[in-house]
Design a protein. Structure first.
Length: 349
């Protein structure tokens, strides 16, 4: 709408320095221009609020997803509020004040130099929405961080508990663990024995006398599975199973963490672009109204003014780039035949 209506009428005005389309079209142009810019800001707030609810109140949000009437009501409310902020003032300011201050051949709002009105309107149009968007997106980011930490803690706790239960429930796994412990103990005892032989120990006859007894007692204590081959196979099987579980769960957690970081990054980009496009115009407009246009160069004001329209051009590109759901929705709107995704494909994406 900005590209189809506002910019084509504004370009001749900038190039010639005169408004040649009449008083009535001037007012219509002003109403549409202010309406589109303000609704763009309010829509960003609405989208951020919607994402805030989807993350922080996921269960209630999913329960209301089929409520199309409520979604349409919110979208209509955005446009109504955007119109009420500037529309009535643009249309009726000269009738309330009793005279018009706009010279012939010029086209701007009657309140263009009214500092009090612009300060109030800017608070509602930029400062409040910007703080709201920052709050919603920061809350989303903190909630994502909290959920990621909780997932990792729950994963470690559940895995440790399941591994303990498996050891108690599965005798073979328990026996293989005993075998491994026995092998470690036996190797340690062999090492101690070799050390004692090197230093010189008791007489050989007494040691030989104890050997048969010791051997029989050792063999009675040793588990039946404790030949090296079976112990090694059982232990390696148990360790492989444990390792596969850890790798699988770690991969899932890493995927979720990467996805959450991507969401947080995209939210930061959206807030940053919004601030860059709107802050210069808002600040220069307030300063310009305070000094009645004498302290701000026309070049910088025009540059900040075009930034608002650039924001309207960037948003439809920015959202699909940052979110796959927006991307699919835009493709579905623009090329319905191109997007033929089955439900299971959509879930995989």
């Amino acid at each position: 709408l900005a590209g189809a209506f506002c910019i084509p009428l504004y370009v001749p005005y900038v190039l010639t320095g005169r408004w040649i389309f009449g008083r009535s079209l001037c007012k219509l142009w002003l109403v549409v221009d202010y309406l589109l810019c303000t609704s763009s800001v309010f829509n960003i707030v609405l989208i951020s609020y919607d994402r805030f609810l989807s993350v922080t109140r996921a269960v209630a949000y999913r329960a209301q997803q089929g409520n199309t009437r409520q979604a349409v009501l919110k979208m209509v409310l955005v446009w109504v509020l955007a119109f009420l902020l500037y529309g009535p003032a643009i249309i009726s300011w000269e009738y309330i004040s009793g005279r018009s201050i706009i010279p012939t051949g010029e086209c701007y709002a009657e309140f263009f130099y009214n500092w009090y009105f612009l300060m109030t309107a800017s608070t509602l149009e930029f400062f409040t929405p910007f703080i709201s968007v920052m709050f919603f997106n920061l809350s989303i980011y903190l909630n994502i961080q909290k959920r990621t930490k909780m997932r990792l803690d729950v994963f470690h706790e559940v895995y440790n508990q399941s591994f303990t239960e498996e050891m108690e429930r599965n005798p073979e796994a328990k026996l293989s663990l005993k075998c491994c412990k026995w092998e470690q103990k036996e190797s340690a005892e062999t090492l101690d024995l070799s050390k004692s032989k090197a230093q010189g120990a008791a007489p050989t006859s007494s040691l030989d006398a104890k050997d048969p007894l010791a051997t029989s007692s050792e063999s009675s204590r040793k588990p039946k599975c404790c030949n090296k081959k079976s112990c090694k196979n059982s232990a390696s099987a148990l360790c492989s199973e444990k390792q596969m579980k850890i790798v699988s769960q770690s991969t899932t957690q890493c995927f979720r963490l990467s996805r959450d970081k991507k969401v947080a990054k995209s939210l930061a980009i959206i807030v940053g672009i919004f601030g860059i496009c709107w802050a210069p115009y808002t600040l220069l407009m307030i300063i310009r109204a305070g000094c009645h246009g004498q302290c701000i160069s026309e070049f910088w004001y025009e540059t900040s003014f075009w930034l608002l329209w650039i924001n309207s051009a960037v948003n439809p590109v920015l959202y699909p780039l940052c979110h796959s759901s927006f991307r699919r929705a835009f493709i579905k709107l623009l090329c319905p035949k191109k997007l033929k995704i089955q439900p299971h494909d959509a879930l995989q994406n």
